[in-house]
Design a protein. Structure first.
Length: 422
């Protein structure tokens, strides 16, 4: 009973998984491939590292404590070269000792810390978007494999139908050979054609297996049934230029980060104000003329204003502005190339749409011709070679239609992937 329970506990999840994958869509493949791709792990790493860097920046406005100690001996000390009767003026000791706890508190830093936090946030957004852009490219690879399997399977179905038709025709010719109304050579020609079709079918099955194994690796699945792949229904709009690519966000974030860096560069010329304090114990303490160990304290405020740095800030801003302009040019080039690629892809969609219409007309005519040559073959008015030639023309027409049908759907899908909408 316990063994039965263990077996069921193992099989139920497998069964549920199989039921959940009754059909496999391209969207599901894309989503799973991105989730399972090793590069996806970096999303969490970028977020955690950015949080730690922001926390480190926040420390700038927390009290800074340090413990300092010093022991020294000096060759001379300050003395008063005056002698008064009945008065002894003490001199400091040449050996001195000091132990202190120093505190520094940032009060105002010209907004540099606040700006650094904004830059860090933008940098984190940039890394995330750049990663998403890289992961998005994975969809093109998945699309190639997915449609490759669909195309091969559709060809297989057509070839199998033709093999069945050829087998039926072969039986009819063999019966004619036995009756003396058909030449045995006609049967051999049909039989050879069947073997050729089976050879094509075997090659196609190997290709399907290869494509499916690669796709399974991307999806991190032990077994993927190629028969479960579902042809997507894709609709596109050709009226406007669409650009929802992550790369565009990457360029925008780069420019925002450079703008913030320009602001940060200007803030370096603003004054900085901080409070300080010191609690100490030593000899001498604050009174240099006393030779006893004593405790002491000091507190106050300081300002530091580096208001001139020989135009260094001005040059930094100019460099950052040039970098901003370079990124802007790169974005314009990207958008221009994307627009041209989309126009080319739309032309491909329109071409395939026209080919499908003509394919349907060609198939109708080829099927009509095949019916005539089939009847002529049965009546001994046509050789098997002539019959096979016409049947191959029909097969080629149907294979072309199947190829163009898959390519038409893939072309629309590629257009959406290019636009960042899939």
């Amino acid at each position: 009973m316990k063994k039965l329970f263990l077996i069921l506990s193992f099989l139920v999840p497998v069964f549920v998984y199989a039921q959940a994958l009754d059909s496999i869509s391209l969207e599901w493949c894309n989503k799973r491939a991105i989730e399972k791709y090793p590069l996806s792990v970096q999303k969490g790493l970028f977020s955690k590292s950015s949080e730690d860097r922001i926390k480190n920046l926040s420390v700038a406005f927390l009290p800074q404590l340090s413990l300092n100690g010093q022991a020294s001996y000096q060759s001379d000390v300050t003395s008063i070269p005056v002698k008064l009767p009945f008065i002894t003026i003490p001199e400091p000791d040449k050996d001195q000792y000091k132990l202190s706890l120093d505190l520094s508190q940032n009060i105002y830093d010209g907004g540099q810390t606040k700006m650094l936090k904004k830059i860090e946030s933008k940098d984190q957004e940039y890394n995330q978007k750049n990663l998403e852009a890289e992961l998005y490219k994975l969809k093109d690879r998945i699309s190639q494999l997915f449609f490759g399997v669909l195309q091969l399977q559709m060809s297989e179905r057509i070839i199998k139908t033709y093999i069945d038709d050829m087998n039926t025709r072969l039986e009819s010719i063999k019966a004619g050979v036995d009756g003396g109304v058909q030449l045995e050579m006609n049967a051999d020609i049909i039989d050879a054609e069947i073997l050729k079709l089976k050879q094509q079918l075997a090659e196609s099955e190997i290709q399907v297996k290869n494509h499916t194994e690669i796709l399974s690796e991307y999806l991190d699945t032990v077994y993927l049934n190629p028969r479960m792949l579902k042809i997507p229904v894709v609709e596109i709009s050709t009226n406007v230029f669409l650009n929802k690519r992550f790369e565009n966000d990457v360029y925008n974030l780069q420019k925002e980060k450079l703008s913030l860096s320009q602001d940060l560069s200007g803030r370096k010329l603003l004054p900085r104000v901080f409070a300080f304090g010191q609690l100490g114990y030593g000899r001498p303490a604050l009174n240099m003329l006393k030779s006893d160990f004593e405790s002491y304290y000091i507190f106050g405020a300081k300002m530091n204003w580096n208001f001139w740095n020989w135009d260094q800030t001005k040059r930094e801003k100019r460099i950052l502005k040039m970098q901003y302009d370079m990124v802007d040019v790169q974005q314009q080039v990207f958008n221009l190339n994307l627009k041209m690629a989309q126009q080319k892809q739309l032309s491909e969609v329109q071409k395939l749409q026209a080919l499908l219409i003509s394919d349907a007309e060609i198939i109708a005519k080829r099927e009509k011709i095949s019916k005539v040559v089939s009847a002529q073959l049965d009546n001994g008015m046509l050789t098997s070679s002539q019959y096979i030639t016409e049947k191959n023309n029909e097969l080629l027409a149907k294979l072309n239609y199947a190829f163009h049908r898959i390519q038409f759907t893939r072309a629309k899908t590629d257009y959406l992937i290019q636009s960042g909408l899939y």
